[in-house]
Design a protein around this ligand. Sequence first.
Ligand code: ADP
Ligand code: MG
Length: 718
Amino acid sequence: MELSSFISDEFRLNDSQKKALKKLHLKTMEDLLYYFPVRYGDVASVKHIRDVKAGDHAALYGTLTGLSTSKGFKSKISMAKGSLKDDTGSIELVWFHQPYLAKMLTEGSLVKAEGKVSEKNGKLYMTNAETEVVPNVPLAVGNSIFGSEDNHFAYPVYAESRGITSKWFYHGVQKIFKAGLHEKIEDPIPEDILKKYNLPTLKSALVWIHGPKKESDSVAARKRFAFEEIFLIQIEKHQERLAHEKYPSFIIEKEDREVDAFIKRFPFKATKAQERAIKDILSDFKDNHAMSRLLEGDVGSGKTAVAAATVFAVTTTRPENKDFGNLQTAYMAPTEILAEQHFESFIKYFAYLGIQIGLLTGSGAKKFPSKLNPTKGTDISRAQLLKWVENGEIPILVGTHALIQKEVKFKNLAYIVIDEQHRFGTRQRAKLRQKEDTLLPHLLSMTATPIPRTLALTIYGDLDLTLLDEMPAGRKPIITKIVLPNKRQETYDQIRIELQAGRQAYVICPRIEEPDPTKENALNVKSVTEEAKRLKQDIFPEYEIGVLHGKLRPHEKDKAMLEFKAGKTQIMVATSVIEVGVNVPNATSIIIEGAERFGLAQLHQLRGRVIRSEHQAYCYVYTDTQSEKTIDRLKALVTAKNGFELAEFDLAQRGAGELRGNKQWGISDLGMEAIKNIKMVEAARKESEAIIKSDPTLQSHPLIKQKLEKQEQKVHFE
Ligand code: ADP
Ligand code: MG
């Protein structure tokens, strides 16, 4: 057996196990060794029913029978009950406020119930136990999976997937240890760094993370791997940065007064933050190295205007040693709707200069102005547009992903603006840049996702950061209300008043598909289609209701959006797909269902959909959770001053796994733990920078190089 051996060659796997491993991207024994436990179960708390006493926090396995629901006679509190039985005895389980639990659990099923044991009139019972249906009773009950209970403080719990259990992973990993494979991997982190930060070696960390003997072992091991992940990301970022700095770029020297004159034409007064951001960018332009800057500003903070002012500076500059033509800008947005929106704003900003603007999306091409239509964009052929872009006649090209296709060639591409940057992979960003080989264009990335500073340092380590931390004057602060179940009807009444006044509303559901019924709270999650039907039937029969979710085809999405924009539908029921960029100023109310399932930053982003006009906006954050902690977390939405404050709060409050770092930024749950620790991120940054400075090609750090190459390959094959 080698680290590179296939799991399927070393284990007898059934089909569902094969499928599960594939889904988890686990192919080799090494992959398996790097599949870390998500937590450690406390062996001591798994008990036989006979052994529990009042006050214990225990996990019990048994068969559930006698399920019933009722309502308290006076209190009207709904209640579910059942009896849990194992070989040694039985105990009553009682749930308050969670009648749906009785529906989720079936009579006679084998469950794990975890919670606090109480006593009343000499009888033991467990209240509001967390219950989960299990396929069988684990070995750990009564006798520890480690043989002797004193040896280990806990047993590892691995994330399961349909078809594969935590126990399977446990045995798989143990097999690797027995064969001594973990001793063959060389540590990519230099020894002096490990020593300096008191981190365990790779070998120790692997043993400790899978089978800690004491809690501090697992903490140290997790810390090490978290550091390693952030360290490696930063090495890559520093390399990228260095590569950019090597290339010369376009020098754009624009007189301040010219740009000021352009800004004066705005139909509003620029905020101080906008002025600062424009200044930052113009000063980068004067350098002969390519700018790499991230403009981070809350929804509605006016990023487009900043971009426009800087595009102005580029567009009105001639290519070097030429007395005709203009430097060109590529302006990329993640959706067609957004690209159209920017094309139209740019026509307003630039029409007076008499320059040409193009629009290129997956579904067509447009140009402004034309003889046919001097005030609006005109449809033209793609080929024609591409020709004009290539010969430099069109200095500003707005578009979607379509801009990074091979056929799109610029004559003098000097500036790339990427809107809603977080929607694009970093690789796509690189693609646009690489097209020019002589001079590297300047890059401005824009994002409204307020993220904590540690995360920004990590994932945008190759970029300089400018914050737009000020909202345009005169915006009415949005009214945010946390809505608990007894206020639901009242909320609908308030929204009806807005609808009657001609406004529109969003209703956001957490998920589209019927979720896995065994998951907690799953029954509270409504699918978009069902919710739309229910609203039409029971609540708002007099209004037209549209739906929008990720499973719709692009043209269906566009249609739904356009109908809502045009006011043909008054209510839009959607998943969080509406999160990005969409601007329907007449929509002033938003209900977010199942709010406890969203992160605060995401809720804030969703709320941003309705702060787009001078009308008063309302955000109703609905939750039926009983957890005070969750409600407190949601209350931060009412009190926090801005998205950045919320993002920091979110990071501090939620478990790393809940932050979905993996999905959005390619950072594992473990790596996200590092993000919570500014000292660790700064250390990783410092050390990686030092390495790249002294050894840019990693020649004397071959293990780091190898590790990065391996990761790259993995991303490629997935
Ligand atoms: P975002 O930063 O979310 O991309 P936009 O650039 O779309 O925000 O701007 C949101 C709205 O605010 C637009 O209608 C824009 O014209 C307007 N706006 C931008 N800057 C200002 C300002 N300084 N004062 C008033 N309104 C502004
Ligand atoms: Mg925007």
